[in-house]
Design a protein around this ligand. Structure first.
Ligand SMILES: NC(=O)c1ccc[n+]([C@@H]2O[C@H](COP(=O)([O-])OP(=O)(O)OC[C@H]3O[C@@H](n4cnc5c(N)ncnc54)[C@H](O)[C@@H]3O)[C@@H](O)[C@H]2O)c1
Ligand SMILES: O=C(O)[C@H](O)COP(=O)(O)O
Length: 527
């Protein structure tokens, strides 16, 4: 039974869902904050369910010897080292929509609180002062709201702000003009947004491009008296620059849910009167927490129990219906890749994967990942299905994927062609109705072979006596033949033998096989 650790405070719904799905679960909501303890126990678990408190660093991942999946009950995954997880073949998932309405509502609440200084007015009134003249606010109606990052949350904020009769402009390089039109926002450049916005709200992930997007320079370009809201990530704002601008009046107020250092028990902005701070509460409503807990527990369980992949950030999705149908094709793609990888001795420049017939209409991305894994595995130690596409890219291997309708006799057909500086080598296969993957072409020579764990591959001149000599030699070497598959281009030309054997061949035995008359190449293959 797979075992999952919940190391942050998730709704108990998650625990119940894991149990209902046949997954063993340890609910230790404070463990994520204890780095040493996490390192000690993480090796026991197949899955990890977290929020933002657990930091899944490279060190944690190195200790996570059984970990297969990390599920983030929420959106931001900057607390997970995704490249390191990918390298280890660990799927990283999030729940991209579960808390977006709640977070957008928090941003709007923060904006209105800033406009009317609600927190200070509340504190002053309850302290017995009746400072009616101190708290002069501003209306939001007809004001310009500048949204930086107009994805799921940004678009919901835009919708709510339009309800408040604000004019909404957005800076987001990935926002298409069609989408901007659909959600009724004006797409602008950052400098334009800074120059025009009365309120600026941030809704981008924290990346190298977005870090300090609200810098001293950006603040200087903003309208005097702008109010800034950040319910996304702390690193988006240069906090020191914001502090100076709040003191000078360039920024009239800031409402911050997130901080550079969290938990933020101290922060240079906390002493300023025109700052509203909340402790990363953006996603904290009972509705959002139910949503994300339920989703993450279902997603982790589905992956561990059936291979279904939803909302993964480092692997293509595989639906519950697809998972059983795709499995034999993923297997085929991997063995074709492995065959080609084992046959390749010089550096790979290109990998072409062609899908024909039924398989071309399926979700080919996991098959491509499996094929690349198969190719790279014999050449590199640290590669897996999750990391293979990135490894191929990092190594400058050109990957081409082609899909087309059935052209030959096979209802489904996958061909993988490897290009090196010396040559191109193609190998093709199919999956029979029984679900069995078979190799059907090697170097354009037709054959039909099941790839078994240990095989001998021989190319030879098509001349009488070869099969007898090969069989006799294998017998003399004490190697039992489980299956013998043959193919040839045409009479008297090149022929191929793919022999399933029990046990493995050593270098000396291979040299004896290579020395047989007419043999051009002999190779031991493992699958
Ligand atoms: N405070 C909280 O509790 C809380 C809750 C949920 C999410 N968040 C944060 O909010 C962020 C946004 O969430 P979302 O669901 O809207 O994500 P999303 O992916 O739907 O939207 C992010 C948007 O940012 C845009 N973007 C990326 N790089 C940009 C750049 N350099 N400049 C401008 N725009 C850029 C993207 O194109 C995208 O449209 C998350 O990454 C997370 O960090 C915080
Ligand atoms: O990215 C998110 O989903 C939010 O930052 C929520 O974080 P939390 O789960 O720690 O509240």
């Amino acid at each position: 039974m797979p075992k999952v650790l919940v190391s942050d405070k998730l709704s108990p719904t998650a625990v119940q869902i894991f149990k209902d799905n046949g997954v063993e679960v340890d609910y230790l909501p404070d463990l994520g904050k204890d780095k040493e303890k996490l390192l000690e126990v993480i090796g026991q678990y197949d899955g990890l369910a977290i929020r933002s408190a657990t930091k899944v660093t490279e060190k944690v991942l190195a200790a996570a010897t059984n970990l297969k999946v990390i599920g983030r009950a929420g959106i931001g995954v900057d607390n997970v080292d995704i490249p390191a997880a990918t390298k280890k073949g660990i799927i990283v998932m999030n729940t991209p929509f579960g808390n977006s309405i709640t977070t957008a509502e928090h941003a709007i609440s923060m904006m209105l609180s800033l406009a009317r200084q609600i927190p200070e007015a509340d504190a002053s009134t309850r302290a017995g002062k009746w400072e009616k003249n101190r708290f002069m606010g501003v209306e939001v109606t007809s004001k310009v709201l500048g949204i930086v990052g107009c994805g799921n949350i940004g678009a919901i904020v835009a919708d709510r702000a339009q309800g408040l009769r604000m004019k909404v402009i957005a800076f987001d390089p990935f926002l298409t003009p069609e989408r901007a039109l659909e959600i009724g926002v004006e797409k602008v450049e950052l400098d334009d947004l800074l120059a025009r916005a009365d309120f600026i709200t941030l809704h981008t992930p924290l990346t190298e491009q977005t870090r300090n997007v609200i810098s001293a320079e950006a603040i200087a370009k903003a309208k005097k008296g702008v109010r800034i809201i950040n319910c996304a990530r702390g690193g988006l704002i240069d906090e020191a620059a914001l502090g100076e601008a709040l003191k000078s009046g360039q920024v009239a107020g800031a409402a911050l849910d997130v901080f550079l250092e969290e938990p933020a028990s101290a922060n240079l902005l906390f002493d300023l009167p025109n700052v509203i701070a909340t402790p990363h509460l953006g996603a904290s409503t009972s509705e959002a927490q139910e949503n994300v807990a339920l989703q993450v527990a279902e997603q982790i369980s589905a992956y561990l129990m059936s291979g279904e992949i939803t909302n993964a950030l480092n692997f293509p999705s595989i639906s519950a219906e697809e998972a059983p149908r795709l499995t034999p094709f993923i297997k085929l793609a991997e063995v074709l890749g492995s065959f080609a990888g084992q046959m390749t001795e010089t550096s790979i420049q290109t990998i072409k994967i062609e899908f024909e017939g039924n398989v071309a209409a399926m979700n080919t991305k996991p098959m491509v990942a499996a094929a690349l894994h198969g190719v790279l595995k014999p050449l590199l130690e640290e590669v897996n299905m999750v990391s293979a596409p990135q490894v191929a890219k990092d190594r400058g291997v050109g990957v081409e994927v082609v899909t087309r309708e059935q052209q030959g006799a096979y209802e489904n057909y996958i061909r993988l062609t490897i290009g090196t500086e010396r040559q191109e080598r193609a190998i093709a296969g199919t999956v029979f109705a029984s679900g069995k993957p078979r190799v059907i072409q090697v170097k354009n020579i037709n054959m039909e072979a099941e790839l078994t764990p240990s095989m001998l591959y021989v190319t030879n001149e098509d001349k009488p006596g070869h099969i007898g000599r090969l069989g006799t030699l294998l017998g003399t070497l004490g190697i039992n033949i489980a299956n013998f598959n043959l193919g040839r281009a045409e009479v008297g030309s090149d022929a191929i033998a793919l022999v399933s054997i029990d046990g493995t061949l050593n270098e000396k035995q291979l040299a004896e096989i290579t020395a047989l008359p007419g043999v051009k190449q002999a190779k031991a293959l493992k699958f």
